[in-house]
Design a protein. Structure first.
Length: 330
């Protein structure tokens, strides 16, 4: 979040409903806009953001899908800085609210569940995805989120919020892992994976990651894919990787456009790794990659793109190489 947006934090907000009085309820709710809920019919779609500076185009996409309804920002820590930012971008929305759910107790409350149920769009902010897993998994909040997706409510997420949108999730429960650490030992205690947090059919058998080139995360994502197919979570697994200031705007048909200033990488496994064992560096050959720069397109259903670059990545004893001229993995 930029300093300018942080400066917009303190301003009067309207609440659609006053949460029931409670001691340490485990959530904080702040709303800007109409205090009464709207009841339009939203259109499904997905706003996958790669972190860094927020992308106006992506939020306008999500707002348009909300069809003049109520947009809800979900997070486990932080503030309500998104409220004025999104209201400024999307004045046609009925309201923008931020719901900070910071405990398992909060994720079980009726108010939290109802706030999600009445939203016409949901955006999961960045932060620490371990909090989302620790606080929300196995709760009514998680159930209601999946219910919203099934009803066709558009959903987005950035950074940690992006990571939890895919079927397979890098949970970061034991702190973050670098590419070098993961490639050296795919079973390093920091390589923590889970599945089925959210159920978005277009992101089935997929792991998503953000800040990819900025933080050199290609290696760890290759490891995640190797672990997923190696432990039989999927016969074939895919990766949707996004750089900062970049987003994938996905229609329910699977057709997506890359917006922003960076690139998106679409990975797919050829089978199981040659070697993915505890305490040993990864060997995994012929992982296919398709890189699409901003302005290009990709079809998640057909798994094909236009205006992109196709190549393969090989991991040999923990060292990545690609078939691109010069050997760059990006």
């Amino acid at each position: 979040m930029t300093a300018v947006r942080l400066a917009l934090l303190v301003f009067p907000t309207l609440l659609a409903a006053t949460p029931p009085a409670a001691k340490n309820p485990g959530y904080v709710y702040s709303r800007a806009g109409n205090p009464a809920d709207a009841t339009p019919h939203p259109s499904p779609g997905y706003f996958l953001a790669g972190g860094g500076a927020d992308l106006d185009e992506g939020f306008r996409f999500l707002c348009a899908k909300a069809n003049g309804g109520d947009l809800l920002v979900l997070r486990a820590a932080g503030d309500a800085a998104y409220n004025p930012y999104i209201r400024g971008l999307c004045p046609g929305l009925n309201s923008v609210a931020t719901l900070i759910v910071s405990s398992r107790e909060g994720a079980r409350t009726a108010f939290v569940v109802q706030a999600i149920h009445h939203a016409e769009a949901v955006f999961i902010a960045g932060g620490d995805q371990a909090n989302y897993i620790n606080f929300w998994q196995g709760s009514p909040l998680q159930d209601e989120l999946n219910g919203a997706i099934a009803r066709g409510v558009p959903v987005g997420g950035t950074s940690a919020g992006l990571d939890v949108l895919s079927e397979f999730v890098y949970t970061a429960l034991n702190d973050t892992v670098t590419s070098a650490q993961a490639l050296a030992d795919p079973f390093d205690e920091r390589v923590t994976l889970d599945r089925h947090f959210l159920k978005i059919p277009l992101l089935a058998a997929t792991v998503a990651d953000a800040h990819v080139m900025a933080r050199d995360r290609m290696g760890r994502d290759i490891v995640f894919l190797g672990r997923i197919v190696g432990q039989n979570w999927a016969r074939t697994a895919s990766g949707v990787l996004l750089d900062e200031k970049t987003a994938l705007l996905v229609e329910p048909s699977g057709k997506a456009t890359v917006a922003g200033t960076g690139s998106a990488w679409f990975l797919r496994t050829p089978g199981k790794p040659e070697n993915c064992a505890p305490g040993e560096p990864l060997t995994f050959h012929n992982v296919s990659v398709y890189r699409v720069a901003a302005g290009g397109a990709f079809d998640l259903l057909e798994w094909s793109g236009t205006s992109g670059v196709a190549y393969q990545i090989n991991a040999d004893n923990g060292v990545l190489k690609s078939t691109q001229p010069g050997g760059s993995v990006y």
